[in-house]
Design a protein around this ligand. Structure first.
Ligand SMILES: C[S@@+](CC[C@H](N)C(=O)[O-])C[C@H]1O[C@@H](n2cnc3c(N)ncnc32)[C@H](O)[C@@H]1O
Length: 245
């Protein structure tokens, strides 16, 4: 259920062995979907530079390095691939703001509850959704994300998955997340300036239905857009006051 395999190809993105082999073969660095420069307005809006950040499934992306250049002070990076983690640890040993640990997002018991102000996920839930037991993996991962967030903390999910395949995972009442959705075109997409929606700002959240879905009339400017879900773990003190008569 809620498994979107349309972008999984034949690769086993949910398998650590696949990623180890890929990182051995490719080396270097690569950022999936978007670079930090495109994501910066969203990151700066929701993640304070002094906050404690967890980057889940960091791979060999430059995103965390770019965030440190932009003033971020404390980023813990984890990935299931020991090859990626060793490469990145060596590469960044001179940057004290960046730490790297090999870890499975489905079991982050190394960290105590409420350890992080923000958790950033660019393509990692997507990878799990391509693996075996995808729905179970997603539930385990998001349960851990929820546990590790401080009250008021932010889980920022950057994904190719539209709300019909991602919201069912994010709206579980046990997480108590309030979610905003942003949609940005893939890098290099040229919008049709004549189109009436061309004046729309990507920096504004997209209106969604009560279930967090896109309204039926919503048209994606770029059919291969990326989706940014900003999930805020609501504080238990934020009780909804219902007046009684
Ligand atoms: C699509 S790549 C994204 C990498 C990076 N975040 C980026 O934006 O370029 C997905 C990453 O998730 C990692 N990954 C897959 N399953 C994982 C798991 N169970 N726990 C931790 N990391 C995992 C992979 O090793 C890979 O580095």
């Amino acid at each position: 259920m809620y498994r979107d395999t349309s972008s999984c190809n034949t690769y086993n993105y949910g398998d650590a062995l696949y990623w180890d082999a890929r990182y051995i073969q490719e080396g270097g660095s690569f950022d999936w979907y978007q670079r930090y420069s495109a994501l910066r307005p969203f990151v700066r809006k929701y993640v304070r530079p002094s906050s404690r950040v967890l980057m889940v499934g960091c791979g060999n992306a430059v995103m965390s390095e770019d965030m440190v250049k932009d003033g971020y002070e404390d980023i813990m990076n984890i990935d299931i691939s020991s090859v990626a983690i060793e490469m990145m640890r060596r590469k960044y040993e001179y940057i004290p703001q960046l730490k790297y640990m090999q870890m499975d997002v489905r079991d982050m018991s190394f960290f105590p509850d409420e350890s992080f102000d923000s958790i950033i996920d660019k393509g990692t839930l997507d990878s799990l959704m391509c693996g075996t037991d995808a729905p179970i993996s997603a539930t385990q991962m998001l349960g851990e994300v929820s546990r590790l967030l401080k009250p008021g903390g932010i889980y920022m999910l950057i994904t190719y998955g539209d709300p019909s395949v991602r919201m069912p995972h994010l709206i579980r009442p046990v997480y108590n997340w309030k979610t905003l959705l942003y949609i940005i075109p893939r890098p290099g997409f040229e919008k049709d300036e004549g189109c009436s929606s061309a004046k729309k700002s990507y920096l504004e959240p997209v209106p969604t239905t009560e279930d967090g879905l896109l309204p039926p009339s919503f048209v994606l400017e770029d059919p291969d857009s990326h989706f940014i879900y900003v999930c805020r773990k609501t504080d238990e003190t934020e009780l909804i006051f219902t007046p009684t008569h």
